[in-house]
Design a protein around this ligand. Sequence first.
Ligand code: HEM
Ligand SMILES: CC(C)=CCC/C(C)=C/CC/C(C)=C/COP(=O)(O)OP(=O)(O)O
Length: 296
Amino acid sequence: MSNKISIYIKYTKPRVWWLLVFTGFAGAILAVKDYSVENVIYIIIATVSVMLGSMGAESLTNYIDYNMDSVMERTKGRPLPRGEISKKGALLFGYILSISSIVILIIFLKFISALFMLLGIFDNVVIYSYWLKKISPFSIIFGGFSGAFPVLIGWYSITNSFSWLPWILFILVMIWIPVHVWSLAFRYKDDYKKANVPMLPVVYSDKTTAIAISFSSILLIVFSIIPYFIGIFNYIYLIIVLILSIPVIYYSYLFIKNNDKNSSFRLFIYTAPYLTFIFLISLILTILKIHPFKLI
Ligand code: HEM
Ligand SMILES: CC(C)=CCC/C(C)=C/CC/C(C)=C/COP(=O)(O)OP(=O)(O)O
């Protein structure tokens, strides 16, 4: 029994959704004005809901992608293509998790956060996986909204008040996605081609891909420092983000210069830590505003 549970958990791709959950958690933390017991409970509920929603969406997209995942070297070892779980069980699991995540937000938190959850799951499952992934090299642009919703879910689980911060982070994740996905897709373009998935590096030349990724990287860095220039965070944020951006520039330069899979994959591997630390520094600076204590 416990082995079956671990297989189902593995099926949801925890290695991926932990960062989605972290951005949802961050959205909630950024929204609270104090850490009362009630707010801590709301933060926990919002975080658990984003976890369930991410697990549910991944379970449904893995079900949709069964045929292509069975063909691609990178994905054919997953539980569904290996037959470790049934297609019916996988689909039911995905529905239960996804619906639970929405119902929890409706019952315990706010309707608007439940709406964002519904939109995020719909975008990831229907717009991206079911529709665009099989037909468009720009699928991740329109499917990218989904991965950016957790920060809004976290924020609007706690408050209905408006702030530019969650929306800037929402757009930041959207701009981050092309760098994250296309740098990986370049490395696995032969795999995607074999499975007839028209990812941008499969459809366009290596040079065009390198330009698209490098342009997205520059856009990502520019957008990452906006919270400083509009006065949300101070110079500490700016300095840290500029330091974090050095490997993005370096790996993008290497990729433009060499047009090789190693450079693109090094950029991909750096994308998750980059986004994690951007959210982490945003969290720390926000918490310090509420509980200012002398750093030195
Ligand atoms: C349309 C949007 C996205 C697509 C198509 C996408 C695609 C992928 C793919 C193909 C992988 C490799 C998975 C594997 O081989 O097991 C991956 C890894 C990952 N993704 Fe994404 N991703 C997207 C958005 C996001 C978002 C929004 C986040 C978090 C905010 C995220 C976080 C991660 C993490 C943490 C990993 C693991 C990285 C590693 O292994 O070093 N992804 N993604
Ligand atoms: C509101 C809410 C919780 C939304 C969650 C949305 C979500 C699960 C986003 C994840 C995006 C992602 C990692 C896609 C994987 O793409 P892929 O399926 O093309 O990757 P693969 O080729 O490795 O299967």
